[in-house]
Design a protein around this ligand. Structure first.
Ligand SMILES: [Zn+2]
Length: 279
């Protein structure tokens, strides 16, 4: 049986037959592969550790007629730290669901693997902090959207084309960053329009979500920064909640599918915010 090697992260597994599991993994080239891990549910299976969800492994795969399978697996990074809290685990599940949505079985989606692995590594290494998790997740969403050519239009109003700035009125004071001449203030987000609307254009689309300048700034920064730098931003809870809602609306509109694990994450976040739990 021909063999080949693939490095990747496990996105999810599901039971198959009596003793096997189907493993969905994302390889370095951004190819999604569903492979069979035979006998993995037997006690002492040598494959079990390497095919755990969110594990980064090197797989020796055999080529089957309809389905390929795992012959051997070597764990590169167990990333078990992300199982330390329900929030981190829920965030990892959402990242995996995003990765599936932005990739195709057997076809490459370049750039997706590093985004996914970087966020899983951060979730593994850091203590549970829902606010930081939220920034990492927004980073992953915005980067994956950009890679897919579905990026949110954040720099110019999608109604009139004016550039956008947090402060519309130019001031004589040498404040930095200085507002662009003629710039509008961001006021709303419209999935239909593909991005942000200025305060003049927002009333023309009553279905658009309100988007305040602070949330707009956070989205622009999170998209640009590495996960480590994004985690240093300190937005308030209302801004984080609005950012999550706006990006989720964009994702669902453009991908045409809801995200199960995002719903669970939202419940966890709401519980944290309403209980005033330590952040
Ligand atoms: Zn406008």
């Amino acid at each position: 049986m021909p063999l080949y090697t693939v490095e990747g992260v496990v996105l999810r597994t599901r039971e198959y037959g009596e003793r096997d599991r189907l493993v969905t993994l994302l390889d370095r080239e951004g190819v999604r592969r569903t492979v069979l891990a035979k006998g993995v549910r037997r006690p002492k299976s040598s494959l079990a550790a390497g095919v755990q969800p969110y594990t980064h492994s090197r797989f020796l795969l055999w080529k089957g007629r309809s389905l390929d399978g795992v012959s051997q697996v070597q764990v590169l990074e167990a990333l078990t730290g992300l199982r330390a809290s329900l929030e981190a685990l829920a965030a990892a599940a959402y990242v995996a669901e995003l990765a599936e949505a932005f990739t195709q079985e057997g076809a490459a989606s370049p750039g997706v693997f590093p985004v996914v692995l970087a966020v899983l590594r951060r979730l593994d290494a850091a203590p549970a902090d829902g606010r930081v998790h939220a920034l990492w997740l927004r980073h992953a969403e915005l980067r994956l959207l950009d890679l897919a050519g579905l990026g949110m239009q954040l720099d110019a109003c999608q109604g009139c084309g004016r550039p956008l700035a947090a402060e519309a009125a130019p001031t004589a004071a040498a404040g930095d960053p200085r507002p662009l001449p003629g710039a509008g203030r961001p006021a709303a987000y419209s999935a239909e329009a593909g991005g942000v609307l200025c305060e003049r254009c927002a009333p023309e689309r009553p279905a658009a979500l309100p988007l305040d300048p602070a949330t707009w700034q956070v989205l622009r920064r999170v998209r640009r920064l590495t996960p480590t730098l994004a985690a240093r931003l300190r937005p308030g809870d209302a801004v984080l909640a609005r950012a999550a809602e706006v990006v989720q609306t964009h994702l669902v509109y453009h991908l045409g599918r809801p995200f199960r694990s995002h719903g669970f994450l939202a419940i966890l976040e709401e519980a944290r915010w309403s209980s005033g739990a330590p952040r």
